[in-house]
Design a protein around this ligand. Structure first.
Ligand code: UD1
Ligand code: UDP
Length: 361
């Protein structure tokens, strides 16, 4: 099915949350060579440091539509997105709707499209944690089951889809976050002065991020993680996600006094983040994207979760899963020293190009 905009295919891309802007950057660049892209921002993330900074730094074209949905419960947020996305798609009538990852913006985009009989393409298809209590898991499963084109970053993702009976439209393209790192690392090295600003030596600190509800919304787990970071023997730089900042305040977990570990900072832009990651001696995280970037940059990663979608990083020996009690985290942080270099398991940096050409048909 090809409707025309001039002679070009029309693709509506739906983004809304921090990792989706990063994934969209290389894809949008490749897509605009072969198609007319309409970029729709749901407004799921709206702070400058979680949204606009990525458009500026990664040179993403400004959204054609900003739906301004904002924060709320899962049902309210997804429902508002669905209503506003449907209105937008009825105006634009694209040939494809392209969604990314596993957030509420992903599910809303896929659902709005499929109900309007617009084909859906899913970037980062086939990822599974097999934990349905994780809000992203139903978003992934449901999105994959209504998608016509499924762009998988890894063979594991392809296998997961096959096990669920999804075989048509499945393509192993590589990981667009790897493309993004390759595209921006040299720029980050030229432009970021984050190590100087924070007074850090390369290899002399650990980097931590925590934002998964399973960790932030459970006071015992959050306290366990923070206690471990407090007791780490190296400085720990901790860019704090707003969800985590809120829960710390609610639970009375008062950290971040001057000179103490961990060192709490606001979320940083992508270029600063790449530099912080690259020069960390260790990364502690529950983020999907940060686990992968640690692997791409050959930095040992301790994942503050019981399972991961990125099993290859664990199997290759560069990622270790820990349960969130202070002793386990500290033991893993002290003992985990992978050797060699991580194998090239996430493609060749041309995933975005493949996605664009598959969409163009
Ligand atoms: C969302 C995604 C998660 C992704 C993460 C990336 C879902 C279900 N979750 O989680 O998959 O890993 O984004 O960071 O889609 N807030 C602000 N400013 C903002 C955005 C949010 O202060 O710009 C606060 C609000 O209080 C909000 C809370 O953070 O309630 C959580 O935001 P939300 O987008 O609902 O979920 P995330 O935890 O960010
Ligand atoms: N990131 C960033 N600044 C930060 C924290 C993360 O630029 O302060 C980037 C990180 O480099 C990665 C992406 O955000 O590219 C990961 O997003 P997040 O951890 O919010 O979500 P997830 O990947 O877990 O869905």
């Amino acid at each position: 099915m090809k409707r025309s905009f001039g002679s070009k295919l029309k693709v509506a891309s739906v983004v809304g949350a921090r990792p989706q802007f990063i994934k969209a950057a290389p894809v949008s660049r490749a897509l605009r060579r072969v198609a007319h892209e309409v970029l729709i921002h749901t407004g799921q993330h709206y702070d400058h440091g979680l949204s606009a900074v990525f458009f500026e730094e990664l040179n993403i074209p400004p959204p054609d539509y900003h739906l301004g949905v904002g924060s709320g419960s899962h049902g309210w947020q997804t429902g508002q997105m669905l209503i506003r996305l449907e209105e937008t798609l009825l105006i634009e009538r694209p040939d494809w709707v392209l969604v990314y990852g596993d957030t509420n913006s992903t599910l809303a985009g896929a659902l709005a499209a499929v109900k309007l009989h617009i084909p859906v393409a899913h970037v980062e298809a086939g990822l599974r944690s097999f934990n349905r209590r994780m809000p992203e898991e139903p978003n992934r499963v449901l999105t994959d089951h209504v998608s016509d084109l499924l762009f998988c970053p890894t063979q594991t993702a392809v296998d997961n889809l096959h096990r669920e009976g999804i075989c048509r439209g499945v393509h192993l393209v590589g990981d667009v976050m790897y493309d993004a790192v390759l595209d921006h690392l040299a720029l980050a090295e030229r432009q970021s002065d984050i190590l100087t600003r924070l007074g850090l030596e390369p290899g002399g600190y650990a980097l931590a991020t925590v934002h998964r509800p399973a960790n932030t919304d459970d006071p015992t787990r959050l306290q366990g993680i923070l206690t471990a970071l407090t007791q780490m023997e190296w400085p720990v730089i901790f860019p704090v996600h707003p969800r985590t900042r809120q829960r710390m305040a609610e639970f009375g977990l008062d950290l971040g006094r001057a000179g103490q570990n961990p060192r709490l900072i606001d979320p940083v832009g992508y270029l600063d983040m790449l530099i912080l990651e690259k020069h960390a001696r260790l990364i502690l995280t529950d983020s999907g994207g940060v686990q992968k970037e640690a692997f791409f940059l050959a930095v040992p990663c301790v994942t503050l979760r019981e399972e991961t979608e990125w099993v290859e990083t664990v199997e290759a020996g560069w990622n270790r899963l820990v349960s969130c009690d202070p002793a386990s985290i500290l033991q893993a942080a002290r003992q985990f020293r992978p050797s060699g270099t991580p194998p090239p398991l996430f493609g060749d940096g041309r995933a975005a190009e493949r996605i664009a050409s598959l969409l163009a048909g």
